[in-house]
Design a protein around this ligand. Sequence first.
Ligand code: NAD
Length: 359
Amino acid sequence: MDRHAQTFAYEPLPARVLFGAGRRADVADEVARLGCARPLIVTSPEQHTRGDDIAAAFDPASASRFSDAAMHTPWHVTVRALDAVARGRTDCLIAIGGGSAIGLAKAIALQTDLPQIVLPTTYAGSEVTPIIGETRDGEKRTQRTRKVLPEVVIYDVELTSTLPPAMSAASGLNAIAHAVEALYAADGNPITSLMAEEGIASLAGALPEIMRAPSSIDARRIAQYGAWLCGTCLGAVSMGLHHKICHALGGSFDLPHAQTHAIMIAHVAAYNADAAPVAMMRIARALNAQDAWTGLHELARALNVPLSLEAIGMPEDGIDLAIERITQNAYSNPRTPDASTLRVMLTRAWNGEPPARVE
Ligand code: NAD
C-alpha cells in the first residue's frame, strides 16, 4: 500500500486492551465489567498452571476449567469444550496462552456468542483478530467473523517471560509475517501500514535482545507491543499468499504454526518482491536492511530458527498436495501464484535454501 494512497477504507475493530506488567490481576474486574460471573478458563495442557493462577481469582463454584486446547483448533476438541461450557453454565471465556488456547476460545465463541477475555503468552496475534481457523478432516479452514473477536485483551508482559527463546523467535517472526502481508494487501490503508512498519521494527529490535536475555522485561515489552500492532494488521486487512501457504502446510502436515511462518516469510517476500515494491521498501526500512527478503532471512538466521520445511517435519512428497491446496480458493496476493513457480519456492524452502525471486 502506497502511504500516499488517496482512496482507501479503514475500519478499526473494537477491543478493550489492558497493557502492562501485572495486568493479569485485573481479570476478575474485567469479568465483572462484562456483567459475567461464571468463566470457563481455557488453556493448553502445557499452560495448565497458568490457568490455576487465573482460577485463584474466582470462587471455585463459579469458575470452570478446560485445559486441552491444541494447535490448529481441531474440531473434536471444540466439541468437548462445548460440553464443558454447558456443564459449567459458563457465561464468559478466559483464554490464557498462545494462539492455540485463544483459538479454542474463539471456536467456542463462534458457536455460543460468549464474550472473551484473552491473555496472550506468545506473539501470534490472534487476540486482536476476527479470524478463526479450524481443522476438520485434516483440512484447516479459516473465516473472518466479528463473532470471534475477543472483547478484552490483557497484555501482561510477565506472562511472556517464560516463553523459551526458540519459541519467542518463531512466534515473533509469525507476527512480523502479519505485518509484511498487510503492507501489500489489496485492501491496505495508511493507518494499518504505519502499524505494520512500527510492529516489524519493534520486533526486529527486541527479538535479538530476547535471545541474549530471555527474561528482559524491557525487550519482552517491546516485542509484545510489536506483536499487538502486527496482530492488529492481520485483523484489519486481507491475508495474502504467505498465510495461505502456512494454512495449507499446517493443516495438511500438522506442522508447528509459528515455525512454518518463520521459514516461509522471507521466501514469500522474495516471491512477491517485484509486484509490491513500495511494501518491500517499507519492510526493508523497518528491518534496517538492504532489501526486504534478505532482511527477513538474515533476521531468521540471527534468531536461529529452523530454516527448512524438512527440519520441521514436512514430507518432501507433500509439495504436490501443498500446491493443490494453496491454489484452491487462493487469497488475494500482489502476484498471482502458479504451480510451477510455487513448486520452485516450496522446494527451496523445503531444502532450507536462501529465498530467491522466482521467475
Ligand atoms: P501455541 O499456542 O500452540 O503455543 C506454542 C507452544 O508454546 C506451546 O507448547 C505452549 O504451551 C507454549 N507456550 C505458550 N506460551 C508460553 C509461555 N509464555 N511460556 C512457556 N511456554 C509457552 O502456539 P502459537 O504459535 O501461539 O499459536 C498457534 C495457533 O494460533 C495456531 O493454531 C494458529 O492457527 C493460531 N493463530 C491464529 C490467528 C488468528 O488470527 N486466528 C493468528 C495467529 C495464530
